[in-house]
Design a binder for this molecule. Structure first.
Ligand code: UD1
Length: 366
């Protein structure tokens, strides 16, 4: 008998995690009927639809169109809409990804309706509750029946929290399935020539964490530091709408600068993959990019005080700089002077995580 699996996605970092899984599930129609639900947390073309197209994902079967709001508003809107969806058409299993508000909302609704819940990318912890994602991770894992772990630290964290071992599966990093599968296609992107960039002669940057961008003084100081780096190696910065709004409202950067710090609109998945893979190094506060640079073995400087993905530092190419300008500049100079970290690829980041997850799901009695 085929089982109905509801895969819930909402924002940019979810899409590359869901795409390989839905593709693999569709190979076994006798076992699974996947239903893709998009909450609409991200709605801009460049943050959402473009990713569906590039990742060759099927159109969502259900679109909840919730949009932006405060954390409580957004989470509550998703919960109300999802409860209706699940009551109208009850899935046998709900699958959630990562740590965004859509993940949390879907986890709570599934748990309250007593629908089994699986979490892909379980067990990551920054131990920093000021990060909204940390709260989302803790609650989602606590409520999950099946926990798919991407790196070894996740196993340790879940065991410390008392999660029964039989619920936890170390399957590797599903985002790497998307990356490995799309690297060749990304190589065809003309992003470098369009921006007149030469391989290894620029820095790729992203910055969107509330802790870094919601306070104009903090963001202003980070951008000033980045301009100092940019005078040695030009910095290219595809900018999240949240960050752009702050820059514009507070006049924190010259939006017409094409040399030192070049601010762009968000890029698609393939273009950004190409931009990362040819860069001298990456400067970011994203979680996923710490992992992508580790796989690509490109030095990554993470402008945060902690990471929930310690294998990227212990094994991979990541360095945590914090937000202190001197530490960021020192770390950047080390890479520019040829002492960047290239690291190794963590265990099971091999492009086959979706296959492992589907094998496990086949053997579950739900
Ligand atoms: C969300 C995730 C974060 C993830 C990031 C990737 C949470 C708590 N955070 O953060 O973990 O790293 O996505 O991008 O779920 N906006 C637009 N267009 C959109 C979506 C958002 O302009 O399509 C603007 C709105 O002003 C909105 C703000 O961005 O208020 C924040 O969006 P939101 O979905 O709340 O969180 P992100 O910062 O995108």
């Amino acid at each position: 008998m085929t089982r109905k699996l509801a895969l819930v996605v909402g924002a940019r970092p979810n899409f590359m995690k869901a795409a390989p899984l839905i593709r693999e599930l569709r190979k076994f129609p006798e076992h699974f009927t996947p239903v893709l639900i998009h909450t609409g947390q991200h709605y801009d073309h460049k943050l959402s639809k473009l990713f569906f197209d590039e990742l060759a994902m099927p159109r969502p079967d259900v679109h909840l169109d919730v949009g932006s709001g405060t954390h409580a508003e957004q989470t509550a809107k998703i919960m109300i809409a999802l409860e209706n969806t699940f009551l109208a058409d009850r899935p046998d299993l709900v699958i959630v990804f990562g740590d965004i508000n859509s993940t949390l909302a879907a986890a709570i609704v599934a748990a309250k309706l007593c629908i089994p819940l699986a979490h892909v990318e379980a067990g990551l912890r920054s131990f920093d509750n000021a990060m909204p994602e940390e709260i989302n991770r803790i609650v989602t894992d606590r409520l999950s029946d099946i926990l798919f772990v991407s790196e070894k630290s996740g196993l340790v964290n879940l065991r410390h929290e008392g999660t029964p071992d039989e619920r936890v599966y170390f399957v590797g990093n599903i985002m790497i399935d998307s990356l490995a599968g799309n690297l060749e296609k990304a190589g065809e992107s003309d992003i470098l020539s369009r921006l007149e960039l030469e391989p290894k002669r620029y820095v790729a940057m992203t910055m969107h964490r509330p802790a870094n961008v919601d306070n104009p003084e903090v963001l202003g100081r980070i951008l000033e530091t980045v301009r100092t780096i940019g005078r040695r190696v030009p910095v290219v910065f595809p900018c999240h709408p949240r960050t752009r709004k702050m820059i514009e409202e507070n006049h924190l950067a010259d939006l017409n600068d094409t040399k030192t710090l070049r601010i762009l609109n968000p890029l698609g998945y393939l273009e950004f993959l190409r931009l990362q893979s040819e860069s001298q190094f990456v400067l970011t506060d994203s979680g996923g990019i710490q992992e992508e640079t580790t796989y690509l073995r490109i030095p990554c400087l993470t402008v945060r005080e902690n990471t929930e993905r310690p294998s990227t530092v212990e094994v991979g190419s990541n360095v945590i700089t914090g937000i202190d300008p001197h530490r960021i500049l020192n770390a950047a100079e080390q890479v520019i002077d040829g002492n960047g970290k290239s690291g190794e690829i963590p265990e099971l980041w091999d492009g086959h995580t979706a296959v492992r997850i589907v094998e496990i799901l086949k053997n579950q009695t739900l």
